[in-house]
Write a protein that binds this ligand. Structure first.
Ligand code: FAD
Ligand code: SF4
Ligand code: SF4
Length: 428
């Protein structure tokens, strides 16, 4: 698809120049000219009051027949025979998107590994309608070369419309390589995915990079709208991949909702025999050593006690640890506390840390910067302790305690055992 100005109709009004979100239009004399930065988003076509701009089939187009691509794939990342939580979250999200696209669009979990067939049932339980199983002894452990090869081959054979990956270390390594091999784009760290423009407009605000009111909901070229924070979280950018397939996104753990599992659910199993040889893989996994950092499981924690710059020093975390241990929680932190060297980055919550959704989140001495909120505002209950009554954290808190955390935390610890009713997240 390409965008063309019909010179005879152009009146030189320059509306399209201002409307183009990619600065791709220039006036050449009194006629608009489309430049190389054009992404064929179609905004100018809808904006021109004289119908002087049109979408045309491009002779030099990439040759991708979009109609050949169907279904949504989720890379069901497993480590040592155990599915990652984000894979189940993405199966739920994929299911939702598939039903919005059409009744016969399926969500498929792609399991890559060796002796991993037992994971199919868990994928079905969480919503997968089909499982594509890619097994080989050479795929036992993740290697960038091996997984890229087999996934790319499978994509080229089955042609999925959308491929979703968790934004884990593995997902972030794998997705861009597969995207490059498939000659398509990738949107990293998405926080929202939408099929229809109508649902997207509800969410969109003036910060978005596309003028969504001009997108045609029935235009199959538009594809999914992939929204992610940009410019330090101050702006939400919505990105489309209208001309290439598959559309690919990575999504951070904890952002999407798992579906309620249906025990005993069944789907279709497709066993894909990969073509892979030892020579295709340039690295060898000698040993897998779990670092202490990996033991901090913020993603699955029910209670998180987070500390920020308001702790004043490293010792403040000893107080929080004592409280967290008492109530069965784990330690989180703001970036300011991490940057100060008071705690390891693996504890950081937020846009450049982990996204969390515990039942209770204690924010202690944390101001509530947007980048921190991005990682914790999905928590069931937020309890904020801050000595500044105007701190932005109180805007998202369910309970706000104004005062010195060094006085409040010991009191909370003392009262905790009697405070079930107050902190019963299910009552929220
Ligand atoms: P501050 O903003 O300094 O707040 C400290 C708070 O403690 C204040 O509100 C103060 O009133 C209170 N306080 C002080 N003493 C006490 C006391 N004795 N008792 C009670 N309260 C007290 N931040 C993150 O957290 N996570 C991220 O992932 C993240 N990613 C970022 C990415 C980018 C691109 C950028 C630009 C920034 C990012 N940040 C992130 C940083 C973010 O903008 C803030 O700077 C940071 O969150 C501030 O941390 P804080 O709330 O601990 O510190
Ligand atoms: Fe020409 Fe239409 Fe652009 Fe106006 S909006 S300059 S008429 S192409
Ligand atoms: Fe700009 Fe989009 Fe028009 Fe291309 S199609 S010139 S990117 S508004």
């Amino acid at each position: 698809m390409a965008i063309k100005v019909i010179n005879d109709k152009c009146k030189g009004c320059t509306i399209c120049v201002k409307a183009c979100p990619f600065d791709a239009i220039e006036m050449k004399g009194k006629i608009a000219e489309i430049g190389a930065a054009c992404t064929a988003c179609g905004v100018c076509v809808a904006k021109c009051p004289f119908e002087a701009i049109e979408k045309v089939e491009d002779e030099n187009d990439n040759g991708v027949d979009l109609s050949e691509y169907k279904d949504i794939w989720v890379f069901a990342e497993q480590r040592q025979g155990k599915l990652m939580g984000v894979a189940l979250e993405l199966i739920g999200e994929g299911y939702r998107l598939a039903k919005e696209i059409s009744d016969d669009t399926k969500v498929c979990a792609v399991i890559v590994g060796d002796n991993v067939a037992h994971l199919a049932d868990e994928c079905y339980a969480y919503g997968a309608e089909r499982v594509i199983l890619i097994e080989d002894p050479l795929l036992k452990n993740f290697t960038t070369d091996g997984y890229t090869k087999v996934l790319t081959d499978a994509i080229n054979e089955f042609k999925p419309e959308i491929v979703l990956y968790g934004a884990t270390h593995i997902g972030r390594d794998l997705a861009p390589r597969v995207a490059a091999r498939c000659n398509t784009g990738l949107t990293a760290d998405c926080t929202r995915l939408d099929v229809r423009v109508s649902s997207y407009i509800d969410f969109a605000n003036k910060n978005t990079t596309l003028d969504t009111s001009t997108l045609d909901p029935n235009d199959p070229d538009t594809g999914i709208k992939q929204t992610r924070p940009a410019f330090g979280g101050n702006l939400m950018a919505t990105i489309i991949c209208p001309r290439f397939r598959p559309q690919m996104s990575t999504v951070r753990p904890g952002v999407m909702q798992k579906r309620e599992p249906v025990e005993g659910a069944k789907g279709e199993l497709v066993e894909y025999k990969p073509t892979i040889a030892a020579a295709d893989i340039r690295t060898e996994v000698v040993e897998i050593v779990k670092s202490a950092k990996e033991l901090v499981s913020l993603t699955d924690a029910e209670i998180i006690v987070s500390g920020g710059r308001g702790l004043g020093n490293e010792e403040g975390f000893a107080l929080l640890k004592d409280f967290a241990d008492h109530i069965g929680g784990v330690l989180g932190a703001s970036r300011a506390a991490v940057d100060a060297g008071w705690i390891d980055h693996s504890h950081q919550v937020g846009q450049t840390g982990t996204t969390v959704k515990p039942r209770i989140y204690f924010a202690c001495g944390i101001s509530g910067a947007i980048q921190h909120l991005a990682g914790m505002q999905g928590s069931d209950m937020i309890v904020a302790i801050n000595k500044d009554a105007d701190a932005p954290i109180f805007e998202v808190a369910d309970y706000g305690l104004v005062g010195d955390l060094y006085k409040i935390i010991p009191l909370l610890k003392e009262e905790w055992d009697n405070a079930d009713a107050l902190f019963d997240a299910s009552a929220k």
